[in-house]
Design a protein. Structure first.
Length: 359
């Protein structure tokens, strides 16, 4: 479990000390407030730590010199800046970014820096002496099933304008289906997702995903975008990647989904968090926030969760307020606008109802 992340001078953040919940962590803010940046900053070193020798990980993780260059490469691959130095918060003169990660296992702790003159390496201040045991999952705002065929091999042999989270997650999508004692739990999680999709997700020998309906298979690129996104989530559950211990980072789960499916997603997220996966979500959806809150109050009271409000200052820098609920993170403009629209709609309906009577 990632207990905390200390940030100094990373992109839009000058300083932030984030203390995470064991089960669920939700980041709320306007566009441009750095929600995705926090998710990627937390994801990158965990993903690097989980790489096996077959992935090219080897023993470099325990060699300080090799770790410094490989960590820099992972950050560049995940963020995709023109250079590592571009991730340092912009201000006059030289500046230095510092990131410090504290885990429940102290031998995983990591602290490093890089400056505005950094090119290919970071400077390690605290090095881990152990690896994360399971690969984290990063779900981007769009689905990945339709681009899956050949994507991993193409990514590794050509220059593609996609960040490495896409490649990492596609690797996990191609894993075989889980078998054994876990199947009962997987089936329980998949039932509502498959009901929403109207079928199951199948990977055929040619490397293409299909939605298996009662009427037959449908090519994944012909399936609605929202259902493809739901299918990506379902496939990762079916392979066992989202069971037991691990990490899930999800950027805007609600994107391209209707409210009915968002409700299904919200419950499944909480079920996964309850089972031992530490979940990190970035959103600006009031509907999703409310649904998570309602479900936690009714069925998931024991979950340890945290909310983080990201606020853009007049100077462009972002500050972070955090607490147990939405009430603890200050006013978020995007959420306030949704509430204000609801008020305007009700006022408009009341006015329409009153006018005929006046006539």
């Amino acid at each position: 479990m990632l207990k905390s992340l200390h940030i100094e001078n990373l992109t839009v953040f000058t300083k932030a000390d984030l203390t995470f919940g064991k089960n669920l962590n939700v980041f709320i803010g306007e566009n441009g407030s750095g929600k995705s940046h926090i998710l990627k900053a937390a994801y990158a070193p965990i993903a690097l730590s989980a790489e096996s020798p077959a992935d090219g990980g080897g023993d470099f993780y325990f060699s300080k010199g090799a770790l410094q260059s490989n960590l820099a490469q992972k950050l560049q691959s995940v963020f995709r800046p023109d250079g590592l130095w571009r991730l340092v918060h912009r201000k006059i003169g030289r500046s230095k970014c510092r990131l410090a990660y504290e885990f429940d296992q102290s031998n995983l702790n990591l602290k490093f820096t890089f400056s505005t003159v950094a090119k290919t390496e970071v400077t390690i201040e605290t090095a881990p002496t152990a690896r994360v045991g399971k690969r984290p999952i990063f779900l981007p705002t769009r689905e990945l099933l339709s681009i899956y065929p050949g994507f991993v091999s193409l990514y590794e042999t050509t220059h593609l304008s996609f960040d490495e989270t896409w490649r990492d997650t596609c690797v996990l999508l191609g894993a075989p289906l889980a078998r054994g004692p876990r199947e009962a739990r997987i089936k329980e999680l998949l039932i509502p997702l498959e009901a929403a999709m109207g079928g199951t997700i199948d990977l055929d020998p040619s490397g293409r995903f299909y939605l298996d309906l009662k009427s037959g298979n449908m090519e994944m690129h012909l399936v609605a975008e929202g259902l493809r996104k739901l299918g990506t989530f379902a496939r990762l559950i079916a392979t066992g990647s989202l069971l037991d211990k691990g990490y899930l980072f999800w950027d805007e789960p609600e994107a391209n989904l209707n409210p009915k499916i968002v409700k299904t997603i919200a419950r499944t997220i909480l079920q996964i968090a309850q089972s031992g996966i530490q979940v990190f979500i970035a959103t600006h959806s009031l509907f999703l926030m409310r649904e998570l809150h309602i479900l936690q109050q009714q069925d998931f009271k024991s979950l340890d969760s945290r909310c983080f409000g990201l606020h853009i200052g007049t100077d462009g820098a972002v500050s972070v307020e955090q607490g147990k609920t939405m009430d603890d993170i200050g006013d978020i403009s995007s959420l306030d606008e949704e509430l204000a629209q609801s008020d305007r709609y009700l006022e408009s309906e009341e006015k329409i109802a009153v006018e005929p009577k006046q006539k």
